[in-house]
Every structure is written in C-alpha cells, then in structure tokens.
Ligand binder design. Structure first.
Ligand SMILES: [Zn+2]
Length: 272
C-alpha cells in the first residue's frame, strides 16, 4: 500500500480497502481509486511540494492561520494544475463544525457558513482540514459533494446530510461512492469523557480504551452513517492515513497546535 508509512495500528478493519495513490509529482495530492475509476476529478492534498515555510511548510492551502497569502495562492495554483481544475471554479464554505450541506451552482469563496457542498455543475468543491475528516462523494453522473466532518460534524451527521444532498440532486444512493480523507485516526484521537460519552450513546463500538485513555474512531462512525444512508459497502473507502501519525506528509492540529498549514480536499462536478 502507498500508505505504508502509517503504523499497523491504523489498519482498523477492512484489509481490502483501496490503496491510496500518491501523485507521482512529489506526492502533493492523493487520489482515491474508488473515484478515479468513475472518472471523477478529485484529490486530497498533503503538505508536500509547496512553497510555504516554517510551520506552514510546505503545501498549505489554509488562509486563516497566518501564512503568507501569496504562498497559499502559489500552492493552490500548483494543486489546480495537478488536478486539472481552474482556480476560479473553486467553491468553498466558511466551515463552522455543523452539519449543513449547501447546494451550489456558481463559484463562491467561503462567504456562507456551512460544512458541506453539493453540486451537479462544473465546480471544484473544496473543504479544508488539519485532522478533521474530509468526505468526498460522487455518483457516476457528475453529481458530487464535499464535507468537513470534525467530531462535532461527525456526531451531527454531516455524512448523512451529504448523501441526502446528492439524492436531492437526483442521485441513486446505491451508485454514490464516498471516500474519507487523511484525518486523525482511532490510534490518535484521544478525547475526554464528556466527548466519548456523546459517541458511546450513539455507537459504543467507536470507543477504544487503552492505558486508561479514551479514543474515538471517527472513521468507523462516518462509515456507518454512510452505510445507513444506503451506500454499498464496496462504495466506501473509509480507512485513510492518520494525519497525526505521519508528520512528513500531513499537518495535524493535535500534534502541532494552531498556526499550521491545512489540507484541501476537492472534487469536481458536472459530466466531463
Ligand atoms: Zn494516528
């Protein structure tokens, strides 16, 4: 597997989960075969191959944590070039850890508060993260969605809302594919009892206790929501690399604190 730098403890469940394919040009973008197979342009950026410096090194796509915006623009140009989308089609929301998924038909750049987007238009939907789960969804007819699922959004059911948004656009849920992006895994997502209790009340199986510490499996919780929403098991790629475990490839808020870089997960809609 290309995710070979992740520790064995990351491999929580499905050994047949699709491998991650690094971009041959410096691993700047990871692609999911599940989406590539149906011709959907998409990707999850790593921290590799950009021009940002210091704590932001090097492929930072975040604009709100103090990095030089010229560097961020150069990084975005690079990602767009690799992935084959036009920067002026990038469409984002102001992420607020909720579960709202907006339908969009024209580009907008983080003007509205929400945590997910869905479209059937030729837009590059993008969500930012630095440990939170990013979700990319698509059917094989040009309908796509992107969502940001931190623990609050995960618990609020944004995965379910993203599937519902695609269904509203006319998608058959049996044909929707969903991929979880690099994010903090059950190996590293330690929480206090108040948070773990919220999850356990919904699904006790997402709690792992080790050495008196409590860890939550956000990947499993999101996978389960997607399955309950009607997706086929083989249409879910739910075991991404852990961002906190892999400092060479990923930013991690848990590992490094604030004022760091952020990753962009993106997916392009419309029939090409
Ligand atoms: Zn980890």
């Amino acid at each position: 597997m290309s995710a070979s730098s992740s520790p064995a403890s990351n491999r929580t469940t499905d050994p047949s989960a699709p491998c991650w394919q690094p971009d041959p040009r410096q691993d700047s973008v990871l692609f999911a075969p599940l989406l590539t197979a149906i011709g959907v342009r998409h990707g999850f950026t790593t921290r590799c191959g950009g021009v940002s410096r210091g704590r932001y090194a090097s492929l930072n796509l975040g604009r709100n944590w103090g990095d030089d915006l010229q560097a961020v623009d150069a990084n975005l140009d690079r990602v767009a070039r690799i992935a084959g989308f036009s920067v002026d089609r990038l469409t984002q929301v102001r992420q607020v850890h909720g579960s709202l998924v907006l339908h969009v038909t024209a580009p907008e750049r983080a003007t509205r508060e929400a945590d997910g987007l869905a479209t059937s238009h030729d837009l590059a939907l993008g969500v930012m993260s630095a440990d939170c789960v990013s979700l990319l969804l698509a059917d094989d007819e040009g309908r796509v969605a992107a969502a940001h699922a931190g623990w609050r959004g995960t618990l609020a059911g944004i995965a379910t809302e993203a599937v519902a948004a695609l269904a509203t656009l006319g998608a058959d849920v049996q044909r929707i594919r969903a991929v979880l992006g690099p994010s903090i895994g059950p190996c590293c997502f330690e929480v206090q009892r108040d948070v773990s209790d919220l999850f356990v009340a919904q699904d006790p199986a997402v709690l792992h206790e080790r050495s008196g510490r409590r860890y939550i499996d956000l990947w499993r919780y999101n996978q389960k929501l997607l399955m309950h929403a009607g997706l086929r098991t083989e249409h879910i790629a739910g075991n991404p690399p852990c961002t906190r475990c892999d400092a060479e490839r990923f930013y991690s808020f848990r590992r490094d604190g604030a004022q760091i870089g952020q990753h962009l997960a993106f997916i392009v809609g419309g029939s090409s």
